[in-house]
Design a protein around this ligand. Structure first.
Ligand SMILES: Cc1cc2nc3c(=O)[nH]c(=O)nc-3n(C[C@H](O)[C@H](O)[C@H](O)COP(=O)(O)O)c2cc1C
Length: 357
């Protein structure tokens, strides 16, 4: 009977245990989107995870929705990511880069001058967003993407994924969850298009299928994962009756030989089990904010074959050696939410391992 400490083949690599570190934005990159020097140590400390999935990273300047998020579209950024990948590999770990375009979530002050936020349709998120200076303001109405905007975003993702592999990362995860651009295409609430990128079930999924196909063609499906949050409400998403869209999408993607599918499963629905049944490669689950990240609960997901591996977020922030602590039933340190975003080492690289706690 497999458990969380067993290895798992993941595409072209092997996870040494089934506990991945979930992607987490920490907003410590510089104004050019170059990861901070502290990020090397941060990820190195957490290399005991079976897989590290990095914080969301923009594939282009126009995909940036927050201050302090890193990018991977310049040589300088690529060099910084190489240092991170080397540090994680030096500890025997694996690392995938999460690529995110934020779509309608974001603010024009974060984009190159004259650019506006873009989305499948001109549907505003009913929420406040942060500007470049951190002021909270009502979200803007996004510009509806043209077909050529769609093509250039797909090219940006493929170029950035290629840079990730060139920098020595083991693969790329596309962020299709939590109300950002990919999710916006999948939802009939945010995607009101009447062209081939909207409307029908296959239309709503078309952008994601084309994007995944293009990135898989560029770097190989066995280095590519996708994160989805079916039914997720974060960032003013209102998915109703979207089961068919996800079932059809996952059916189409299953043939592309991806290394994994990663779903948020805080409140499990029958759809989650349906997607699990369709998907033939590794299925990763994050129990999300509504579920429990207790060891026994997560291990049971493996025993019950609900998932092949799990991802864990906040516990990895405050317990860099989380896997060792769980293996030895050591106490866990609580996280400090005040230092999740922005800043330097505090709350980032200064959580000790259990031996030195
Ligand atoms: C500080 C913070 C930043 C996050 N940033 C991202 C992100 O960049 N990409 C993403 O897909 N999810 C992000 N998430 C969601 C986490 O990946 C995860 O789904 C969430 O923390 C729930 O898992 P947990 O209960 O194990 O923490 C973030 C969560 C936190 C707490």
């Amino acid at each position: 009977m497999p458990n969380l400490f067993d290895p798992l083949t993941l595409g072209s690599a092997v996870m040494r245990n089934r506990i991945a570190m979930a992607p987490m934005t920490r907003n410590r990159a510089d104004e050019n989107g170059v990861p901070s020097p502290f990020a090397v140590e941060y990820y190195r400390q957490r290399a005991g995870a079976g897989l590290i999935i990095t914080e969301a990273t923009q594939p282009s300047e126009t995909g940036r929705g927050y201050a302090g998020t890193p990018g991977l579209h310049s040589d300088e950024q690529q060099a910084a990511w190489k240092q991170i990948a080397d540090a994680v590999h030096g500890e025997g770990g694996l690392i995938y880069l999460q690529l995110m375009h934020t779509g309608r979530i974001g603010h024009s002050s974060l984009l190159p001058s004259g650019r506006q936020i873009m989305a499948p349709s001109a549907v505003r998120a009913e929420m406040d967003v942060a500007t470049a200076t951190g002021e909270m303001v009502p979200a803007e109405v996004p510009l509806e993407m043209s077909t050529s905007d769609i093509e250039s975003v797909i090219t940006d993702f493929a170029d950035s994924a290629e840079r990730a592999i060139a920098a020595g990362l083991d693969g790329v995860e596309l962020h299709g969850a939590n109300g950002y651009l990919l999710h916006q295409f999948l939802s009939s609430h945010t995607n009101r298009r009447t062209d081939e990128y909207g409307g029908s079930v296959s239309g709503l999924g078309r952008f994601v299928v084309e994007l995944v196909t293009a990135v898989a063609d560029r770097i190989g499906g066995n280095r590519l994962g996708l994160r989805l949050s079916p039914g997720g409400k974060f960032n003013d998403m209102h998915d109703t009756n979207n089961e068919e869209t996800y079932v059809e999408l996952v059916r189409q993607l299953d043939g592309l030989g991806l290394s994994y599918l990663h779903t948020l499963r805080g409140r499990p629905t029958p759809l989650h089990d349906q997607l699990r049944a369709i998907w033939n490669s590794v299925y990763m689950v994050n129990t999300g904010y509504q579920g429990s990240s207790e060891f026994d609960v997560l291990n049971q997901l493996i025993v019950d074959k609900v998932a092949d591996c799990v991802s864990v977020g906040r516990l990895f922030i405050s317990n860099p050696d989380l896997v060792t602590r769980w293996r030895n039933s050591l106490p866990l340190a609580p996280w400090d939410e005040d230092t999740f975003y922005f800043g330097t080492e505090k709350g980032y690289t200064d959580y000790p391992n259990a031996e030195t706690a």
